[in-house]
Design a protein around this ligand. Structure first.
Ligand code: BTN
Length: 270
């Protein structure tokens, strides 16, 4: 993998795409100390001060786009496992420490520590490229990330009390992303991967609200994920399988309580 480390750029997703267009046959990793126009999912801004691991891996797509549908979750699992290895010994919990908030946020002690943004480029003469952008709050002060975050943030430094070697962390996390993309199966997730993601799934059996462009708001309890990486929710009207959206946790005293009795009802899921 070609590796490029920049001091500053707008977004490493854009920089990685540009490098990949010049080197179409090989994966490219681009990191930056600072991003001036970092972006997150759903058109949100991603604050990227120095102290974070901000990098993107541009991957030449072979064998059709559908093969990459499970890439975001597969990458999330690889990063969660890598961060667990990094944290063990310095954070006092036992693994798994990092949870996956579907579809691809990583949480540490219920707060967001990392996010993943996957984008594709295709068309014309140029080969299709998948760009996987990763932002990990490593040594940043979560208070410097702004007060308009979709969910509370934390950082490795905040949770461990240690300052981390950013270059080493980017090296290890970048390799984990590369291995995850290189080992993608032809059809969705392998059963062992699906089970590993499910075992780290945040808020399992907890009341949540899913907000999706296609289906609006859906309240239910998190059941698990399918082999295609879709989220299974138990709702008052039965099992729902959702393909996209953002999940928020419903706290006691919120609308969750209205639904709790209905959600007691068991729905059998295979
Ligand atoms: C999210 O949780 O909404 C996804 C955040 C992804 C942020 C990373 S930082 C590196 C790469 N460049 C970007 O502009 N975004 C991603």
């Amino acid at each position: 993998m070609l590796k490029v480390h920049l001091t500053s750029t707008t977004s490493t997703n854009d920089a990685a795409r540009q490098w990949a267009l010049r080197h179409p046959d090989r994966p490219v990793l681009v990191s930056a100390r600072v991003q001036t126009a970092g972006r997150g999912r759903g058109g949100r801004t991603w604050q990227s001060p120095s102290g974070g691991a901000w990098f993107s891996v541009a991957w030449p797509i072979s064998g059709g786009l559908s093969r990459y549908a499970a890439a975001p979750l597969r990458v999330g699992l690889a990063l969660a496992e890598q961060l667990d290895r990094t944290l063990i010994g310095s954070v006092l919990d036992r693994p798994p420490l990092i949870q996956i908030k579907w579809p691809n946020d990583l949480l540490l002690r219920e707060r967001k520590v990392a996010g993943i943004l996957c984008e594709t480029t295709h068309g014309g003469e140029t080969p299709s490229i998948l760009v996987v952008g990763v932002g990990i709050n490593v040594n940043v002060d979560p208070g410097s990330l702004g007060d308009r975050l979709a969910m509370p943030a934390t950082s490795l430094r905040q949770e461990s009390g240690s300052v981390w070697d950013l270059s080493q962390l980017i090296e290890e996390a970048g390799d984990a992303v590369g291995q995850a993309l290189a080992s993608l199966g032809d059809h969705g997730l392998r059963e062992a991967e699906r089970a590993a993601i499910e075992s780290r799934l945040a808020w399992r059996d907890q009341p949540v609200r899913l907000r999706s462009h296609d289906e609006g708001a859906i309240d239910g309890k998190v059941l698990g994920i399918t082999g295609e990486g879709h989220l299974k929710l138990r709702t008052p009207s039965g099992l729902r399988v959702v393909h996209s959206g953002d999940v928020i946790r419903l706290r006691p005293g919120s609308a969750a309580e209205c639904f709790s009795s209905l959600l007691q009802e068991q729905v059998s899921v295979t």
